[in-house]
Design a protein around this ligand. Structure first.
Ligand code: SF4
Ligand code: SF4
Length: 218
């Protein structure tokens, strides 16, 4: 039977597992056949060195350029942050984990820049919606996924950490709208020591994101 959903006919295959098992003659023989696959893999690993296992973290596999890892804030050619503090990423974020405070940019054509841009990595679900929503190619993702830290406050990444950290150069950019970059670039600490418009908010409260979200809900 073809169910109808939203005015369109949709073919949904129905699988009856017991019928299928009877048809395919599931038996003791098929169980041993399955064991055969396991043993074949085991002997290949033992004698041919065909080991699919990676000894993490000593060995690490290369990830795709579409990998949704820890975020990167990109910069313009002059090294200033590409972000114009439009709040589109923070608005679309389903985990509500982006916190931005906008400042007035000296260039009236740019208008705004983020004085503060924090992402709470423990709330982030790495969906990439912020990257999709950004009209400026200002936030992209990397191929980094190591998030092990010793305290909660280290899981909140501020502008400096989002813009430059050792893992960015080591792993490279991941999910982003343009490959190669169209208008932005990644901050290069070898050629540039600091961002022309750094964060001006000195005091950082690790709980600020939680507090702001809790206050919003009440
Ligand atoms: S990846 Fe998703 S959850 Fe994480 S900051 Fe971006 S929009 Fe929010
Ligand atoms: S990162 Fe992009 S979407 Fe988010 S505030 Fe900056 S310009 Fe807007």
């Amino acid at each position: 039977m073809t169910p109808v959903k939203g005015g369109y006919a949709v073919d949904v295959p129905v699988i009856n597992v017991s019928d299928r098992a009877r048809r395919e003659q599931a038996s003791v023989f098929s169980t041993f056949k399955a064991f055969g696959v396991t043993f074949r893999r085991m002997f290949r690993s033992l004698f041919k060195g065909d080991m699919p296992t990676i000894s993490y973290p000593e060995q690490q596999r290369p990830y795709s350029e579409r990998f949704r890892g820890t975020h990167i804030l990109t910069v313009r050619n002059d090294g200033s942050l590409k972000c114009v503090a439009c709040y589109m990423c923070a608005t679309i974020c389903p985990a509500e984990c982006i916190y931005i405070e906008a400042g007035e940019h000296p260039n009236p054509e740019i208008e705004k820049f983020p004085q503060r841009f924090d992402i709470d990595m423990m709330r982030c679900i790495y969906c990439g919606f912020c990257v999709d929503a950004c009209p400026e190619e200002a936030i992209v993702m990397s191929r980094e996924h190591h998030q092990a830290v010793y305290n909660r406050s280290d899981t909140i990444y501020n502008i400096e950490k989002l813009m430059q950290r050792p893992g960015i150069a080591a792993k490279g950019p991941g999910y982003r709208p343009n490959v190669p970059f169209a208008e932005a670039r990644i901050f290069d600490p070898a050629t540039q020591k600091e961002c022309p418009f750094p964060s001006v908010v000195d005091e950082r409260h690790p709980a600020v994101l939680y507090e702001s979200q809790i206050n919003k809900r009440h």
